[in-house]
Design a protein. Structure first.
Lengths: 275, 275
């Protein structure tokens, strides 16, 4: 455990730079803040670079427990003053613990190719995000995909940055539980997915099939489009089927993360009922 | 159309006071801001007190359309300078249109008693919110309840104020589409609901019935609990059945509005499949 006294320290400057997307992409690193999410990171396979704690942080029981976990795992731990911690924190009342982490962009092929060994769980489920812009929606969808036991999240280039602090907070730790592929070309990804016999259902308000009429008992990918404009024309053409959620009231649409939640739980429901 | 030049005008002072819950409750009024939601209010049965627009607002096509609608409906319209509008607005870049509206607290009995005339739609569906604290969740749940064709939302005393500007924004106008009952005593409300043969299902992580195993083909009320602590013990005792959403991944829980969305769409799915 080393002590850093100055804001001009290189590590402190690095963490500050990671608040911006361009430096996160340059360094292939991001940071998470708070006892709970740091603990989730420590328990996962994420590659943790540094743990930074404030001098008073260990007075809190939850944080003390997380620090002990980090010590046991042999992490590089740095202590800073409350003032220095405040200067790097994203929150107004920082808990006093953060971790810098190596980005883990999963390879699409590796993610989608079903391994023959994995016999009993050979069906695979993915959610594909096409230009999701709201950080809260993005994080909540990752959290729900984790809860529903999905195998991965594929994120289009035009989406909000997955490593944006608001997204990370909304995932409630699920960012460390589920593989995420940052797709540079969604059309290519959709083509690859279809060659693996994974059915692609895209959510569309004018979809001709209600989601509960779609067969999701075998490998399925669900595409969720932009909050205001829905899925792109290109994605619409690539999808096997457009599915919709019936709106019987006077609301024009559903919130994107609620719609995603309803759709992502449908395969689980169908498969449980099949048993 | 009258012009208000000063921030000391009584109407301007009233609107400013409506930013605080205590004055909203005292005056039984609230306000909504932006062309879209003001339009929704105008098209609904809401009792609009005043419409306030900024001098430049009519330059925008959407706002101009909304102003015309207000004129045709004979609303009291007041024009103010951009500076005065900024002083009453809740947003950093105000669109320049807002409406003050009389609160419409629906009577519980009126809401839940099925009218015999309404034969073909005699099943009634309600969502009951027990200490929902996040404004975004509250608004999104109201929006989803509207979309799923629910008959009303019952809100416990300990919930975030329904007329909080963030809640109103998240409802996307659904606040004007669906009856809302502000319950002073949730135990009493649950008792009343049960006397009407409405089955009460409360969401609980340890619920012994998965939501898709619960019969929701007849009148149903779904209870959603607090984001951190779930439903209260009292509510748990009053419920007919505790239902859960399976978590097969490593997420600890679902976001409250996503969970509510999955549960509120279940009756719709069951009834469509019954046909």
């Amino acid at each position: 455990m080393r002590f850093i006294s100055s804001e001009n320290n290189d590590l402190i400057k690095k963490v500050k730079s990671l608040k911006l997307k361009k430096y996160r992409e340059l360094r292939k690193e991001f940071f998470v803040e708070g006892a709970r999410i740091v603990k989730e990171a420590l328990m996962s396979s994420a590659e943790i670079k540094e743990i930074i704690i404030s001098e008073k942080a260990s007075e809190n029981e939850d944080i003390a427990e997380t620090i002990c976990m980090a010590i046991k795992l042999g992490c590089d731990i740095y202590t800073v003053s409350e003032t220095v911690f405040k200067s790097i924190s994203e929150t107004t009342n920082p808990q006093g613990i953060l971790a810098t982490i190596k980005m883990a962009d999963y390879d699409l092929e590796e993610m989608i190719i079903a391994k023959s060994i994995d016999v009993c769980k050979c069906d695979k489920y993915f959610v594909i995000l096409d230009e999701i812009k709201d950080p809260g929606n993005m994080g909540t969808i990752i959290r729900t995909a984790d809860a529903a036991g999905f195998n991965g999240v594929i994120v289009s280039k035009g989406c909000v940055d997955v490593y944006n602090p608001k997204v990370l907070r909304s995932t409630m730790g699920s960012i460390f539980h589920i593989p995420i592929n940052l797709s540079q070309d969604l059309s290519y990804a959709l083509k690859e997915i279809k060659t693996q016999n994974i059915r692609v259902y895209a959510a569309h308000t004018k979809g001709n099939l209600y989601y509960y009429e779609a067969d999701m008992t075998q490998s399925t990918a669900i595409v969720i489009g932009n909050e205001a404009f829905g899925i792109s024309d290109k994605t619409m053409e690539s999808a096997d089927e457009l599915i919709s959620i019936p709106i019987t009231g006077r609301a024009e649409s559903l919130n994107a993360s609620v719609a995603a939640g309803i759709l992502m739980y449908e395969p689980l429901r169908q498969k449980k009922l099949c048993k």
